[in-house]
Design a protein around this ligand. Structure first.
Ligand code: PMP
Length: 427
């Protein structure tokens, strides 16, 4: 693989963009090579500035479950663009997407669109605080919910990659309202709740944690949180920005049968355009301005291009057998990777839930961020680079999930497994 053009663009970018990127993990800092600059994508593949193609398991960090450039999504965006990029006024498309979201999630009676996952979680937290009149929130070590001040405490994803549990710039006074617990440790959550009686507005979590690799909730964990929240008058916020419309049409909540009071969505509902959403019970949502007094707004919220991409994406996800196919492709890849990993001199642990997966370089199982932290990240980096050299694009961090799309063919998967066997052996 040649990377001259990507490298030249990166050097140019670093002059005018901090670190050359608009989101930190894109810089490939933790994997010891320069990032690829992408020129275009199609189906399961992305193409770099040097004209080389890669089988893509990043999928724009989750949204591209249909693969890149699905012709119907492209058409929907083009058609919307011809009618005007943005009006700052209500449209029928917003209503249509809101209806689709409410139909998919039985606990979402009303939903408000925003422009990113960060905005969704930030707004849901404000709503939870406003509705309960309580200030504290509880999150889990290694769960990432975007970069709002109260949530950038013991966050996973890029923050974990860079070992910055709390970013400078966040007043200690904000961070002290954020309690953190160990993922999958219900006892610790109960202790924290008992130690802060009547003070916790909400518990927010990733129902499957994709920002510390791929960590499933242990049996009883989600159910226990649900029960505790109900008993204590705490609102449960299920952050389905990554898992929503991915693990099932009704997300992780449908898959595990445990439902939050508020739900955050993003990624897939925008079909690759900037969208987030938060929703929940009507009595909670109607406390938002202009009905209630809790303020939240956005110039580009409900943007017609984004709504069109989202509506068409969700329509396509409703095709018979869609999630079954994602499951089968992902299980096939998992089995192949598992076999290939037998050749690896470093211990490995593959974890997968539906179309989300991760290979850790430790014995496992990985049930929490401290477990994930035992992974040999130097081995991961070598594996990542060996895969990239063979045309396989994985997320450039140990603490991220891989994503399957419907466009990945059997050939793509076989090629990936073959490359992995080679990469594992080379460690
Ligand atoms: N919540 C979760 C679970 C996420 O994975 C992410 C982003 N990866 C966010 C929130 C933030 O979304 P955004 O990057 O769109 O702000």
């Amino acid at each position: 693989m040649k990377h001259e053009k990507s490298q030249a663009l990166f050097a140019q970018a670093k002059q005018v963009i901090p670190g050359g990127v608009n989101s930190p993990v894109r810089a490939f800092k933790s994997v010891g090579c320069d990032p690829l600059f992408i020129e275009k994508a199609a189906g399961s593949r992305i193409f770099d500035a040097d004209g080389q193609s890669y089988i893509d398991y990043v999928g724009s960090w989750g949204p591209m479950i249909l693969g890149h450039c699905h012709p119907r999504v492209v058409e929907a965006i083009q058609e919307a663009a011809r009618l005007g990029a943005s009006y700052g006024a209500p449209t029928a498309k917003e209503v249509q997407l809101a209806e689709m979201v409410c139909a998919a999630y039985p606990n979402i009676e009303q939903v408000r669109m925003v422009s990113s996952g960060t905005e969704a979680t930030m707004s849901a937290i404000r709503l939870a605080r406003g509705c309960t009149g309580r200030d504290k929130i509880l999150k889990f070590d290694g769960c990432y919910h975007g970069h709002a001040d109260s949530l950038l405490v013991k966050a996973g994803s890029g923050a974990a990659t860079f070992g910055v549990p709390t970013s400078p710039g966040i007043p200690a006074d904000f961070a002290r309202h954020t309690l953190t617990a160990t993922y999958n440790d219900l006892t610790e959550v109960r202790q924290l709740v008992a130690a802060n009686p009547g003070q916790i507005a909400c518990i927010i979590l990733e129902p499957v944690a994709g920002n510390m690799g791929c960590v499933a909730p242990l049996p009883g964990f989600l159910e226990g949180l649900r029960e505790l929240c109900t008993t204590e008058g705490i609102l449960l916020i299920v952050d389905e920005v990554m898992t929503g419309f991915r693990l099932a049409y009704g997300g992780a909540q449908e898959r595990f049968g445990v439902y939050g009071d508020l739900v955050c969505l993003g990624k897939i509902i925008g079909g690759g355009l900037p969208v987030g959403a938060f929703g929940g019970r009507r009595d909670l949502m109607e406390q938002l301005s202009p009905v209630g007094g809790i303020y939240q707004a956005g110039t580009l919220s409900g943007n017609p291009l984004a709504m069109s991409a989202g509506i068409t994406t969700l329509e396509l996800l409703q095709q018979e057998g869609f999630y079954q196919q994602i499951e089968e492709k992902s299980a096939y890849l998992e089995a192949g990777l598992q076999q290939a990993a037998a050749l690896c001199p470093v211990p490995t642990c593959l974890q997968r839930v539906g179309g989300m997966f991760c290979t850790y370089f430790c014995a496992g199982p990985v049930n929490s961020f401290s477990d994930a932290s035992t992974s040999d990240t130097a081995a991961f980096s070598r594996f990542f680079r060996a895969m990239l050299d063979q045309g396989i694009n994985l997320a450039p961090s140990q603490f991220e999930a891989g994503f399957m799309s419907i466009a990945h063919s059997r050939d793509d998967l076989d090629q990936t497994i073959e490359a992995a066997a080679q990469a594992f052996r080379s460690l």
